[in-house]
Ligand binder design. Structure first.
Ligand code: DON
Length: 560
């Protein structure tokens, strides 16, 4: 029976590939939009069994750990933003932490920063936060027991699921790297050397057993007992740093969300160690003096104004942002509209401000101090959840825990391993984001819930490193300013600027040749690339839900 169900879902994946046609569908009850069909279906199943949005979100997170091994995870971390119909707004930080034995210079050899050490292999791993995050979210806001919301993931691991074309390709592309690590070789390569192909049944027995441990023992099923032993053994055998005490002491953390106002909208966002909420608020403030809809979507002037705002916000990010438990992030200053308007004092509509002449802004002293995945969930009552979760790079550190069946993150690369030297996303950071034991690395993940008149109207976010911030910003503006529906908003071409490198990125066919010429005339250097992969749920005034599934990926909407 389970095999038949899996086949039906697989058929659905291969036949129903037109995201645009799905977009017009309206769902009256619950809706889940994630990067992958089995995970969206798992969330919907939980909603239909009477679970609320938090139950469903936890089910989706665990399902993605099985069906999207390159980003979904139990060996990584993430952020969850919640808005309940009773007005509750909450933000859960289950970001990884540096192990106690981590040190500022751990990636320096003979005075030289070795980026390969923070990007791949055992030293790149931060203490995973996902399992504690899920247990914590469920305990406070869920209705269902952990074992019930874990069941879809356990079934998918033990019975297997059919690989999509892009999943098979992603596994094959990393095959050489997986060969280097015992566990990864066992789980993610074929012993007979035959490449994976679309439609292959992918079974993960050991992962299923790990998930069963979590179902039975809650956080202790991961941070203690045989799974913790397997993690520590992997560390010891390969020169890694994570100990039993790192695992035992890991706790996710409820934080006060950052709330931004833009026109009649309220944006509920993840505070530091996410940098996205601060950057988006700053950019919106900087753009606020201009009649955006009159400038026109992706006109040269609109792109110029937006990228100049992005440039300034990312310059501030590099200097001021880090884990607030370790560094006094000047949130109040950065979120002050007066400061952000003043930041644009040297803005000219005709010409760029070169990044080399621009640094972080100064406050008056009045203030005290390339793989991730996003999903959005709403239940039939209107409770909503936005989650962005990651291993950092595609397949994280590429180290899978032997005998426990899951990949570990390479999130340590999100620290500024050497102030002033760019990380893998070209991001430069300083003291605020230097490595310290027990500290969380700065993130760009920006799960966001937008409300209007107190009701959730948009649930959005994206993957894509620093492009998460700019992709989420543009998805929001596309709906709020340009009146696009969710599918149009997510599909529309995007641009990106992150201060350094001093480049304005745009997507293939995203800007017309004459727009590009106009931007070059203002002094921009343009480069073509892909910018983020996001997912949106939009809720209209009657409570009808529709989806925005990013055509840049394999995403799927499951609603009823
Ligand atoms: O937390 C962050 O900002 C990064 N680790 C996110 C990485 C990412 O989005 C890569 N993906 N597509």
């Amino acid at each position: 029976m389970k095999k038949i169900l899996l086949l039906l879902i697989a058929l659905f994946v291969f036949v129903d590939t037109n995201a645009q046609s799905r977009s017009t569908q309206i769902y009256e009850n619950g809706l889940v939009v994630s990067a992958e069909v089995y995970a969206s279906e798992a969330g919907k199943q939980i909603l239909q069994q009477g679970g609320n949005a938090i139950d469903a979100a936890v089910a989706v997170q665990f399902a993605l750990a099985v069906t999207l091994p390159r980003a979904g995870n139990i060996g990584g971390g993430g952020f969850m933003v919640i808005h309940l119909t009773d007005g509750t707004k909450a933000a859960l930080d289950y970001r990884e932490k540096a192990p106690q034995q981590a040190s500022r210079n751990m990636y320096i050899r003979n005075g030289e920063f070795k980026p390969e050490l923070s990007w791949e292999g055992i030293l790149s791993v931060g203490v995973p936060g996902t399992v504690d995050g899920m247990v914590t979210a469920l305990e406070r806001y869920g209705r269902m027991p952990l074992e019930l919301v874990l069941q879809p993931a356990i079934d998918l691991a033990k019975n297997g699921y059919y690989l999509s074309y892009s999943q098979a390709r992603a596994l094959n592309n990393r095959s050489e790297t997986f060969q280097k690590y015992k566990g990864s070789k066992k789980y993610f390569t074929r012993q007979n050397g035959i490449p994976f192909k679309e439609g292959d049944l992918f079974v993960q027995e050991d992962l299923g057993e790990t998930l069963e441990q979590i179902a039975r023992y809650g956080r202790d099923g991961f941070y203690a007992g045989p799974v913790a032993d397997a993690i520590v053994k992997e560390m010891k055998q390969n020169g890694g740093l994570i100990t039993h005490s790192d695992l035992r002491n890991y706790r996710s953390k409820w934080r006060a969300p950052v709330i931004a106002q833009f026109q009649n909208y309220e944006l509920i966002m993840m505070p530091p160690p996410s940098s996205g909420s601060i950057a988006i608020t700053q950019i919106l403030d900087m753009m606020d003096d201009y009649a955006l809809s009159e400038l026109g979507h992706n006109s040269a002037d609109y792109v110029h104004l937006m990228s100049e705002s992005m440039r300034r916000a990312f310059a501030d990010r590099s200097y001021y942002l880090g884990d607030p438990d370790f560094y006094d992030v000047p949130k109040q200053g950065l979120l002050d509209p007066k400061y952000n308007h003043a930041r644009m004092i040297d803005f000219s509509m005709d010409t760029v401000t070169r990044s080399s002449t621009l640094s972080y802004g100064e406050f008056s002293n009045n203030y005290e101090s390339h793989e991730t995945t996003h999903f959005s969930v709403i239940d039939k009552e209107g409770n909503s959840v936005a989650v962005t979760t990651t291993l950092n790079g595609s397949f994280g550190s590429h180290v899978a825990v032997s005998d426990a069946g899951f990949l570990l993150n390479n999130e340590m690369d999100d620290f500024s391993a050497q102030p002033g030297v760019p990380n893998s996303y070209g991001l430069i950071g300083g003291e605020a984001n230097a490595i310290e034991p027990g500290k969380r690395m700065l993130s760009s993940m920006t799960p966001t819930i937008v409300t209007k008149n107190g009701k959730a109207q948009m649930i959005l976010g994206a993957a894509g490193g620093p492009r998460i911030i700019t992709a989420t910003l543009q998805s929001f503006l596309n709906m709020a300013v340009f009146g696009m529906n969710a599918q149009e908003a997510i599909a529309a071409n995007r641009v990106h600027h992150q201060w350094l490198p001093d480049v304005l990125y745009y997507e293939n066919y995203g800007l017309s040749p004459d727009t590009i010429r106009l931007l070059e005339a203002k002094g921009h250097t343009l480069k073509e690339t892909s910018i983020g992969r996001g997912h949106i749920i939009y809720i209209d005034a009657e409570g009808n839900k529709s989806s925005g599934v990013d055509p840049r990926g394999d995403g799927h909407a499951s609603g009823y």
